[in-house]
Design a protein around this ligand. Structure first.
Ligand code: ATP
Ligand code: MG
Length: 660
């Protein structure tokens, strides 16, 4: 029996960059050779070029205590200074840092000078509340400028932020506050979501009112929603009052390159979220490098929009640290894509002439579901580059994205990375790579990845297996907060080579296939890989096949126990809006089973296909297959705390067990 993931995919479309794009691109092909000849030296040079070190480093990588890495360890810098003051000092104070757009249509423009001034004041506020270097600060805010200002103010004084996505419950807040022993929570009264104010401060109050002692001394509250809130005297402070009296000057002190910058919890797709720790110099180097090269950033002219919430790693690395280190102009949008109307995002692109747009496949598929007439109603001609992150992007969605949003010409970069990797690890470079829809393609310059069998042997081109990173990288996680054992166990034990010194490899937890050219195709999480009659099948491939059928908008596939085949393929599909009444679920079932069978082979034909109206997703839009597997196998559904809508699982269970 093969330990590899059977290769089933036959996507052959190719898209080379235009000669015009290539001629003006930031990254040129020689970069790969330069990085490969001496990766450490390559990163050291990038770091010196992209950042300003107060004390230059002399040592690049210290891997003596693997898997605990140190990068640039004897250097000192201030992360916030690198994102703010130095651009002002260089004469770019008038450049717009953020075009902020509130959901109800209010807006604010912050230049680099404005943002620097706000962060300086906020840093003084934090200090006046007793926050010191190394203290943890929880941030629970909507997508308003104060979210970015808070993060940078915390970084500026050497404290450590833990941003908690604004949709999380009181339980999720409390467990994160306790895990990190946060001294301060920064929140807002409420924020706008789907046309109304959704309260935040009351959720923080609930979190802190839960049983047991907690470490929080103050709650700093930004006024945004103007909803009624309760007030705990002594503990609660208004942001605007503190800011009004704060000192305006603040000198940024330099910290060690390995000084902790933030803790961020993973999305919990495969289990209990892990508190991932990132530090300063290496993280900022790789986020700045990848932001500039993957997105082909021309800081003077581009308008960059990454739609991720700052509560996710994508928001940390590609709304806050990477783009600001590069002096980019960005859009920051508070609300949901469809409020107050389904074309809201496209309206924002038209308004601010967004040139680089970075979003997730789940969003793209939901736009496909409503059809191209919505984006076609807006002028999207400013767009010159598109990015995707979060899940494998199925080729149908890739083509739609390029045709409808990118006018059939914009290159697409499909970026593979994780909370743990801190920055992009695998992606095309837009002026160099000939794109293959559905493939994340090549490791970044300076990064080495491979695909291995369970036993640790390279699978070689044309086969599938487990994705690993074979050498340490600057923005790698430095640990799981408070749990070094789990850090080693989860990521480093699988491919530890006993006897060999420092030959630890990072196990990413994702399945991948190398095609004949050695390009990487992500196949979904290893935990989600199915074994049907001895064949290892990928969820991503079968889902792609289902979505390529014109009646399907979205699909999720899991392996459920089966007495004859070991596991059987079970699919959950959402039909496109105009198809919902066109056929019965039985008809859809028949059509789609034969479609998968024709496209991939009889082995991949789903045993069952359930037509549903929703799929269980995390708040960052990832499908939680483990919950669907629970349902498909008739088990009690596991931990749902990071689910966007907890009622979804009930609806799906009821449907499956015939109650509706
Ligand atoms: P947990 O680790 O708690 O289960 P999570 O893995 O969903 O949660 P994140 O760090 O937000 O948390 O997501 C990283 C994962 O997202 C990757 O391991 C991969 O499975 C998936 N992913 C991200 N980008 C891509 C991409 N471009 N192509 C394929 N998969 C991707
Ligand atoms: Mg993960």
């Amino acid at each position: 029996m093969s330990t590899n993931i059977d290769s089933l995919q036959h996507e052959t479309r190719r898209f080379a960059p235009s000669s015009e794009f290539s001629a003006n691109a930031v990254a040129t092909a020689e970069i790969y050779g330069r990085a490969a000849s001496d990766p450490e030296e390559f990163w050291a040079n990038q770091s010196r070029e992209l950042l300003q070190w107060e004390k230059p480093f002399t040592r690049t990588l210290d891997w003596d205590n693997a898997p605990f890495a140190k990068w640039f360890s004897d250097g000192r810098l201030n992360v916030a200074y690198n994102c703010l003051d130095r651009h002002v000092d260089a004469g770019h104070g008038d450049r717009v840092a953020f075009h902020w757009e509130g959901e109800p249509g209010d807006s604010r423009t912050l230049t680099y000078a404005d943002l620097t001034a706000e962060v300086k004041k906020a840093a003084n506020v934090l200090t006046s509340l007793g926050i010191r270097s190394g203290d943890r600060v929880a941030i629970y805010l909507p997508m308003i400028p104060e979210a970015v200002i808070s993060m940078l103010a915390v970084a500026r004084i050497g404290a450590v932020h833990s941003v908690i996505f604004g949709g999380f419950s009181a339980d999720s807040i409390r467990s994160r506050v306790d895990d990190a022993n946060a001294r301060l929570v920064i929140t807002a009264d409420g924020g706008w979501r789907k046309g109304k104010v959704s309260p935040l401060k009351p959720t923080v109050d609930d979190a802190l009112a839960k049983e047991g002692d907690h470490s929080v001394q103050n709650v700093l509250v930004v006024r945004r929603g103007e909803n009624a809130i309760e007030w705990t005297e002594g503990r609660d402070r208004w942001w605007h009052e503190e800011m009004a009296t704060a000192e305006t000057e603040h000198t940024a002190e330099a910290f060690d390159a390995e000084h902790p910058l933030f803790i961020l919890y993973t999305s919990g797709t495969t289990g209990k979220p892990k508190g991932i720790l990132h530090t300063s110099g290496g993280y900022l180097t790789q986020t700045a490098f990848t932001h500039k090269n993957v997105f082909d950033l021309k800081a003077e002219t581009d308008v960059f929009w990454c739609t991720a919430d700052v509560g996710w790693i994508t928001g940390h690395s590609y709304v806050v640290y990477g783009p600001l280190a590069n002096g980019a102009t960005q859009v920051l949008y508070e609300g949901t894509p469809d409020a107050p109307h389904p074309g809201r995002w496209w309206e924002v692109i038209e308004k601010y002439k967004v040139s680089i747009f970075y979003t997730a496949p789940t969003a793209i598929r939901s736009f496909m579901k409503t059809g191209r007439s919505v984006p076609d109603g807006f002028d999207l001609s400013s767009i010159r580059l598109l990015g995707s992150v979060g899940e494998p992007i199925n080729p149908e969605a890739w083509i739609w994205y390029r045709d409808v949003i990118g006018a059939g010409t914009a290159p697409i970069v499909d970026t593979w990375w994780q909370t743990e990797t801190g920055a992009i690890m695998v992606s095309a470079l837009p002026g160099i790579t000939t794109a293959k829809p559905g493939s994340a393609q090549v490791a970044m310059p300076g990064i080495t990845v491979d695909v291995l069998t369970d036993g640790g042997a390279p699978v070689g081109n044309g086969s599938g297996g487990l994705l690993v990173v074979t050498k340490p990288w600057p923005s790698m996680l430095r640990g799981i907060w408070g749990d070094p054992e789990r850090f080693i166990e989860t990521y480093w034990d699988k491919f530890d080579q006993p006897g060999a010194t420092n030959r630890r490899m990072y196990f990413a937890g994702d399945g991948a296939r190398l095609d004949e050219d050695g390009d990487i195709w992500l196949l979904g999480r290893v935990d989600d890989v199915m074994n049907v009659s001895g064949h290892r099948l990928s969820t991503a491939e079968i889902e792609s096949s289902l979505v390529s059928h014109p009646i399907v908008a979205e699909a999720a596939v899991v392996g459920a126990h089966d007495d004859t085949t070991g596991q059987a393929v079970v699919a959950f599909v959402i039909l496109r809006a105009d198809q919902e009444d066109a056929q019965t679920p039985e008809e859809a079932n028949g059509i789609l089973r034969s479609h998968v069978s024709e496209q991939i082979g009889a082995i991949a034909r789903p045993r069952q296909i359930f037509v549903v109206s929703e799929l269980p997703k995390t708040r960052s839009g990832k499908i939680m297959r483990r919950l669907l597997r629970d349902v498909a196998e008739g088990r009690e559904v596991g931990d749902t705390t990071t689910l966007a809508d907890t009622s979804v699982m009930q609806i799906i269970s009821d449907k499956l067990h015939g109650t509706t």
